[in-house]
Design a protein around this ligand. Structure first.
Ligand code: TEU
Ligand code: CA
Length: 571
């Protein structure tokens, strides 16, 4: 099928999104914190990657309780990151390089230092009172709601001034906005227009599945939640009014612009996710789910990465399920890491010296050959890996710090917690970008806000930029292969050999063109018999090894070998 004959083509379906965590990308003024002028100085690097969209984590004014996810002014730039003029220069510079810019929309909550909250907490009569969720203390303690980041684990905080509790499902400094209030919703839509009118090309919508609340705040038992929703994220993401608000947002703002609207979808079910992205419902364009990120975690007092690794059969099942959710209607995303997750090569590949490069390249092959828009996390293109801090004093992330306090308060096993954080903490993926092998990896001339990974002397842009066999140049090549073949953009995905424990094999088909993708997710080499009837001696489009040993009835796959080949069904 010719590209021009493909129906429902959209730029955001074909785009490759590269996520930059501005705080850790490049520091221009030696205060140890990445900033917008630092990003401006690296726009040529971004262009050299071949990506189409840059998504930046929040750069709005914020006291940084949760590194910018606690916003005190939606229409001003965080002082550590620079000025609005810097932002305009970055936006213009990216557009000149044919790169779109997507920002983070954080509207489930604000900072407690936002003017709205200052007003709201000052009096029960204040016009901003109902911009947030308050529970008058005379009604007694409010029904339990867990919080992700509260050191006491409670989502309600008592405020003496008005003898009431306010809701915060994240940190105590992130009070939840009351989306049931039409005046609040109007203020949010005005703010969105402000950024779209500046030329911003879209929003990644933070925890957007949580914005609709049941204002009666019913009492729940843990069993009831378990029974009905699996866990609290599932409950928080389940209120039906969510679709009304997203539809209204589409009608009031989104449909007027040629933009990308991506839901961060914690807790969302496949059915509800499908409603959000179904174009006939006029809500959002895409969504990213969390089910894949939950694979291989062992849940107990705290989530920990299973030391025995994860089950590839389960991994294939989950990614195939979510592919099928979006294959019929709407569109999906695919990611293996971001600022909330540990580093991709440490979590899903093998970050030991022997296998880091092949496994990083294999994971890159997976991300760029699936039927979805790839969201690629900065630094994964050079094989950045978990820093594995030993001491709580090395952490900066409120999630780790407050969970540590919570476990300590309960006389829990903080030693085991810290050990587990080496595999699961968010700070693992927030260490400064590794530009070169100089002190602080060329990120800053000051003291970095978060320690630089000591392996920056072996894994950095400078070492890899000119090396044709580097992870970086494989990433660039894989992007070229994806863009050169519409079958990788729009082709139908079909899983092969779903029970195979080491190899993830699938096809992409568009008209009479068929590609076969073989990914060895294991550290063993093996002979792989391709199921079904494919001719084996087909052209290999990309291979993360120098050679590929093909026989009549099998292919010999090296550890973590990934190949993409043209294939022909021969029966
Ligand atoms: O994350 C939403 C979310 O669900 C998080 O609780 C996530 O599950 C957790 O961080 C995984 O360890 C978004 C942002 O991506 C995150 O950085 C913010 O901390 C959070 O919202 C609050 O804004
Ligand atoms: Ca700086």
């Amino acid at each position: 099928m010719k590209y021009e004959d493909i129906p429902n083509k959209k730029w955001w379906k074909e785009a490759i999104v590269y996520q930059v965590y501005p705080r850790s990308f490049k520091d221009s003024n030696a205060d140890g914190i990445g900033d917008l002028r630092g990003m401006i100085s690296k726009m040529d690097y971004l262009q050299s990657l071949g990506i189409d969209v840059v998504w930046i984590n929040p750069v709005y004014a914020s006291p940084n309780d949760d590194n910018g996810y606690d916003i005190s002014d939606y229409q001003d730039i965080m002082k550590e990151f620079g000025t609005m003029e810097d932002f305009d220069e970055l936006l213009d510079g990216l557009h000149k390089r044919n790169i779109r810019l997507v920002m983070d929309l954080v509207v489930n909550h604000t900072s407690d230092e936002h003017e709205w909250f200052r007003q709201s907490k000052s009096s029960r009569k204040n016009p901003y009172r109902n911009y947030y969720h308050w529970w008058p203390a005379e009604k007694g303690r409010p029904p339990h709601r867990p919080s992700f980041f509260d050191e006491k684990g409670s989502g309600w905080q008592y405020d003496r001034k008005t003898n009431s509790f306010y809701l915060h499902i994240f940190s105590i400094k992130q009070p939840d906005l009351n989306w049931e209030n039409p005046q609040l919703r109007k203020e949010i839509y005005d703010m969105m227009r402000f950024w779209f009118d500046k030329g911003v090309d879209g929003f990644r919508m933070d925890a957007i599945t949580f914005i609709a609340k049941d204002e009666n705040f019913p009492e729940f038992t843990e069993d009831a939640i378990q029974e009905e929703y699996g866990e609290w994220s599932g409950y928080y993401a389940s209120h039906p009014r969510l679709h009304d608000y997203l539809h209204e947002m589409h009608k009031e703002v989104l449909y007027k612009y040629d933009i990308m609207a991506v839901a961060e979808g914690p807790g969302i079910s496949p059915e509800e996710a499908h409603k959000i992205v179904d174009p006939s419902r006029h809500e959002l364009n895409m969504l990213y789910h969390f089910e894949g990120m939950g694979i291989g975690y062992v849940w107990g007092e705290f989530k920990r990465v299973d030391p025995d690794g994860y089950d590839l059969v389960k991994f294939k099942e989950v990614y195939t399920k979510w592919n099928d959710v979006f294959a019929r209607k709407g569109w999906g995303t695919i990611y293996l890491g971001n600022h909330d997750q540990p580093r991709m090569v440490s979590r899903w590949g093998n970050d030991g010296a022997e296998f880091k490069a092949p496994s990083a390249k294999m994971l890159i092959t997976f991300l760029f050959t699936m039927h979805a828009t790839p969201f690629f996390y900065f630094g994964d293109e050079i094989g950045m890996s978990n820093i594995r801090f030993d001491k709580i004093s090395d952490y900066r992330d409120i999630e780790t710090i407050n969970m540590y306090k919570q476990i300590k308060r309960k006389k829990g096993d903080v030693k085991r917690f810290l050990e587990n954080q080496k595999g699961s903490a968010r700070d693992n993926s927030r260490t400064p970008f590794q530009w070169d092998g100089s002190p602080n990896a060329g990120f800053t001339k000051g003291v970095p806000w978060l320690k630089v990974n000591p392996n920056h002397t072996e894994y950095n842009v400078e070492l890899q930029d000119e090396d044709p066999d580097s992870i970086l140049n494989y990433f660039r090549k894989m992007i070229r292969v994806r863009k050169a073949h519409p079958v990788l953009l729009y082709g139908f995905y079909h899983l092969l050999d779903k029970e195979h424990k080491q190899v993830y094999a699938y096809t992409r088909t568009l008209g009479d063109e068929k590609f076969l993708i073989l990914l060895n997710f294991s550290r063993e080499s093996l002979d792989y018999k391709i199921p079904g009837a494919f001719r084996h001696d087909e052209e290999i489009l990309i291979n993360n090894y120098k050679t590929c040993e093909q026989h009549k009835d099998k292919i010999h796959l090296q550890p973590y070998q990934g190949i993409v080949m043209q294939a022909k069904q021969i029966s």
